[in-house]
Design a protein around this ligand. Sequence first.
Ligand SMILES: [Zn+2]
Ligand SMILES: [Zn+2]
Length: 175
Amino acid sequence: MIVSLREITENTGKTEKHQGSVEFMEVAVNGLRYPVISASPVEITVTNIGNKTVSVSASGGICVTIPCDRCLKAVNVQIPYDISRKLDMKKTEEQRIAEMDEISYLTGTNLDIDRMVYLEVLMNWPVKVLCKEDCKGICSRCGKDLNLGPCGCADEPKDPRMAAISDIFSKFKEV
Ligand SMILES: [Zn+2]
Ligand SMILES: [Zn+2]
């Protein structure tokens, strides 16, 4: 969705409210693509705060599917955003190009809401996603989901030589 800031740029003190929608269907992070399941409408307020400067606020949230870090089960994660920017409309295209952030969602007086929200979602991307706080993950040996019960790998008798080594390590840690 594009919001034109042409009129507001010429009218000091003027405020406009818009409601937009998120149009991107997936988010790419580190080469992986995550589908957007739902998105709330974007509530946008633009105000000319004088000196040809327009303040923009946009808030809302999207829901994306991200695999659990431990067991890879799909988890629906809410990513809210609350954007607040001041756009200096006196700047030339060249000046904006020098400032990487604005150029990508402001072209002339056209504000690209989708692009602005997308960049904000990337900033708010969760560092860690777990299906539940105490997810037990999957067994590194047999691949069983340990949330469904133990797999039996841990019950196998330990190689006595390995047991000796782990003893040495645990003593070493105590020192
Ligand atoms: Zn999990
Ligand atoms: Zn196992």
